[in-house]
Design a protein around this ligand. Structure first.
Ligand code: PMP
Length: 404
């Protein structure tokens, strides 16, 4: 039984008020709140274990290293990766994508080579490739979408040619909520011998993800969007690909031997983890993944899907409501505009009623241009949101709209 009221008790912040009203937190696409077990595990590690990992012979260092490596195993299990060698800890999705773009660009791309991205990418999965473009003269090709916010798969397939080197696509749109058919898209790419990087920032918190079943060559996500701490994220990469790529940064931990003449690198995954990692955050991330696993990703998905359906139904009844994105496969994100009310005004009026939503371009300006808008208001749901909170959102919008 999924008992949302019991679950909410695990998140102290949900009990607070803003402007004298109970907080209604609907900005989970930006970041999620943390359950007590995550914060307590991190506090406990700082109070009782703290020492640098992989370096010391002493007791605490070994214990901290065990926690850090156990966290890697937790992530491996969560994504169903084959081996912990395939789990790289990064600072988040952005760093994971930049790592792939930079290292893959260096090892596998030359002038005139092409990367395929989609119309609905987050800036993280556009600008990282533009940096490679500036350095190596590569080209970005863009998968178009229809007005419902679904990628056009025929057009996608037509983009492949003998210069296509990689596909970089988001699993779930952070603006439209579209769940892209990444498994099918990966099959297509593989038929052309092209690897695929999936941006899983908005998928991992909302659905079970099995990287082997998807066939993804690279898969990125952020800890803070899946109820874990800030400052830590993951890059999954197939071992055969990670082995082929050069290191991302140089420094401690990522080496085997160093001399001024010649340096050899550590085996995976440490080759990509220069410097002291945020080993306390990796423990926090592991506790967060344990937490959502205990609730069940299927159960979380069912709860959020029900909430999203209910929200769409109720929002559609508001006069002047325009919902952006109506893909058949839709996740826990709803973007909208009401009449000609500016998204920032609507967001501000909702905030004054205690309702936290996101406004603006959501780091997806090319998508905004395709939609013909400057920005939207976005409500995004998490595992602890309730139907009553959706009602509060609807009433909040009606109250705000009445002021115009
Ligand atoms: N990709 C998508 C689809 C996102 O929604 C986000 C966060 N808004 C990112 C990438 C970047 O994540 P982070 O800022 O945690 O690196």
């Amino acid at each position: 039984m999924y008992n949302v009221e019991e679950i909410r008790k695990d998140f102290p912040i949900l009990g607070r008020e803003v402007y004298g009203r109970p907080l209604v937190y609907l900005d989970n696409g930006a970041t999620t709140q943390k359950p007590r077990c995550v914060v307590e595990a991190m506090t406990d590690e700082y109070y009782n274990v703290n020492a640098n990992v992989h370096r010391g012979v002493h007791f605490l260092s070994q214990q901290a290293t065990e926690l850090h490596e156990a966290a890697r195993e937790t992530v491996r299990r969560f994504l169903n990766a084959r081996s912990t060698a395939e789990i790289i800890f990064t600072r988040g999705t952005t760093e994971s994508i930049n790592l792939v773009a930079s290292c893959f660009g260096e090892a596998c791309m030359r002038e005139g080579d092409e990367v395929i991205v989609s119309q609905m990418e987050h800036h993280a999965n556009i600008v990282s490739w533009q940096l490679v473009q500036a350095r190596r003269g590569i080209r970005l090709r863009v998968i178009p979408m229809n007005d419902r916010g679904e990628l056009l798969l025929d057009e996608y397939e037509r983009l492949f040619n003998d210069r296509t080197r990689i596909v970089a696509v988001t699993h779930v749109s952070n603006v439209l909520g579209t769940v892209n058919p990444v498994r099918r898209m990966i099959e297509t790419a593989h038929a052309y011998g092209v690897p695929v990087l999936v941006d899983g920032a908005q998928a991992v918190p909302h659905m079970p993800v099995d990287v082997q079943a998807l066939g993804a060559d690279f898969y990125a996500f952020s800890g803070h969007k899946v109820y874990g701490p800030t400052g830590v994220g993951v890059l999954y990469g197939k071992e055969e690909w990670l082995d082929r790529l050069p290191p991302y940064m140089g420094g401690g931990e990522m080496i085997d031997h160093v001399s001024f003449e010649r340096t050899t690198f550590a085996p995976l995954p440490l080759k990509f983890e220069a410097g002291t990692p945020d080993y306390v955050a990796t423990t926090g991330l592991a506790r967060a993944l344990d937490y959502v696993s205990r609730l069940g990703m299927d159960q979380i998905q069912a709860h959020e899907q029900q909430l999203t359906r209910y929200a769409l139904e109720r929002l559609r009844q508001i006069p002047g409501m325009r919902i952006l994105g109506s893909a058949a496969e839709h996740d826990a994100v709803v973007s909208f505009l009401v009449g000609d009310i500016h998204h920032l005004d609507l967001g501000t009026l909702l905030d004054r009623q205690g309702i936290a939503v996101r406004t603006g371009h959501h780091c997806a300006e090319p998508l905004m241009r395709r939609l013909g808008v400057e920005g939207t208001v976005r409500a995004s749901f998490g595992l602890y949101n309730t139907q009553a909170e959706v009602d509060a959102l609807v009433e909040g919008i009606e109250r705000a709209a009445a002021m115009f």
